[in-house]
Design a protein around this ligand. Structure first.
Ligand SMILES: [Zn+2]
Length: 412
């Protein structure tokens, strides 16, 4: 039989409803991981899923699963999904699209009464963004065994709230949610996402067949000095944690010099304590986000930064540690072939590309055959309230996801 057509109107209605959860009033959302807004988004998704009779559960780190049973109860599931959490000034499509496209294909199967041999399972990963708790892609890292659960639970936000406590708030707000240990066997994982870059738009392509994801190494650096009065403590005797941090930032920039401009280095969070204009800072914490497609280059650059921190000989104490080392991955060739073939069959212009942004699919690639489908976003803009994607492109991406997942799940 032919693969069923998804309902683009329902998909866009769901996007509009989800965009209202945590809406900033400036066109985007603030739905940081396990915040009241993120929990409300989960509740909305659970409501839609339960209305179709799908089973909803979450694992120990709060990854949310929605399951549509298959004909063969022993068969490994085909997993699809993305994330509902956002950056503090996030857009309406990053992550959300992959979750809603997954739900859409499950509803399409339900509408048509199509039974698949394997179960189809939708996942919304906890804390993909890493804005409130670090590191990013935490839920999938724990799921894949790349990060110990205890370490994730200990992560604290800027208000000192631990992820463990934020999870308790989620369980309290969603009492119907079943706690379950995820199945060990997953047949395949396919994630749809907006590109978050300009390649597809510039190529006038509708579908991106993602070849893999570049590596990400995240570090945290802390400097410890001593507080004092801005007006009285002589400059010579100060132990200014901010000055030490700025010296380290200069050394880090030096360590990241790359004439080929392939390496990406971002210091996106910089916290000065106590943060008063007339008190010498006693403590600074900042993050370093490194990206490179080559594992060896990424490792060497991170090592150079850690070494530069160890070599610091100023008046402050310095601590530097790795938060996450997520290695570059190549996606499964057979899944890539399926995605390209379905795009072709639907008449969508497609092209292969590597993802510069990291995604939960990266950890899944270590567990099972994995692939990703990208759709264009306007101007390549993402992590912005101005993020925009066209209804036609979203529908195309959801359709190719649907065709690919249903084929993997097996239907008559
Ligand atoms: Zn995302």
């Amino acid at each position: 039989m032919a693969f069923p057509l998804i309902d683009p109107e329902r998909l866009m209605d769901r996007h509009a409803a989800m965009a209202a959860v945590g809406a900033t009033g400036r066109g985007g959302v603030d739905r940081q991981a396990l915040s009241a807004e993120d929990i409300a988004a989960r509740a909305l998704l659970i409501g839609w899923a339960q209305a179709r009779g799908f089973a909803c559960s979450a694992d120990t780190v709060g990854n949310l699963f929605v399951r549509r049973a298959g004909r063969d109860p022993a068969a490994a599931a085909v997993l699809t999904g993305s994330h509902l959490d956002s950056q503090p000034t996030g857009g309406n499509y990053d992550g959300v699209f992959g979750v809603l496209a997954g739900l859409e294909l499950m509803e399409t199967l339900e509408d048509r009464g199509i039974a698949t041999r394997r179960p189809v399972e939708l996942v919304s990963w906890t804390n993909e963004e890493g804005a409130r708790f670090q590191p990013a892609t935490m839920g999938s890292a724990v799921f894949a065994g790349a990060m110990p659960l205890a370490e994730a639970l200990r992560a604290v936000d800027r208000d000192g709230i631990a992820l463990a406590d934020a999870l308790e708030a989620m369980w309290a707000a969603l009492p119907d949610l079943v706690r379950h240990c995820p199945v060990a066997a997953i047949h395949a994982y396919v994630e749809a996402h907006i590109e978050q870059g300009p390649v597809l738009e510039q190529a006038e392509a509708v579908i991106g067949v993602v070849t893999g994801i570049q590596g990400l190494r995240a570090l945290a650096v802390e400097t410890f000095g001593a507080e004092g009065h801005a007006g009285t403590v002589p400059m010579a005797g100060r132990r200014d944690a901010f000055v030490a941090a700025v010296d380290l930032v200069a050394a880090i920039r030096e360590a990241c010099r790359d004439p080929e401009d392939v390496l990406r280095m971002t210091i996106g969070q910089f916290r000065v304590v106590p943060g008063s204009p007339n008190t010498i800072p006693a403590h600074v914490r900042f993050t370093v986000d490194l990206r490179h497609p080559d594992d060896g280059r990424l490792a060497a650059t991170g090592d150079r930064i850690l070494e530069a921190c160890r070599r610091y000989r100023g008046p402050c104490r310095v601590e530097a540690r790795e938060l996450l080392f997520s290695h570059p991955v190549d996606f499964d060739a057979a899944i890539r072939e399926r995605i390209a073939r379905h795009a072709e069959a639907r008449g969508y212009r497609h092209r292969a590309l590597r993802s510069g942004a990291t995604h939960d699919a990266k950890f899944m690639a270590g567990l099972c055959p994995t692939g990703m489908i990208f759709v264009p976003c306007r101007g390549g803009l993402s992590h912005s309230e101005a993020e925009e994607a066209s209804a036609a492109h979203l529908a195309a991406g959801a359709q190719v996801l649907s065709d690919t997942v249903i084929e993997l799940a097996g239907h008559d």
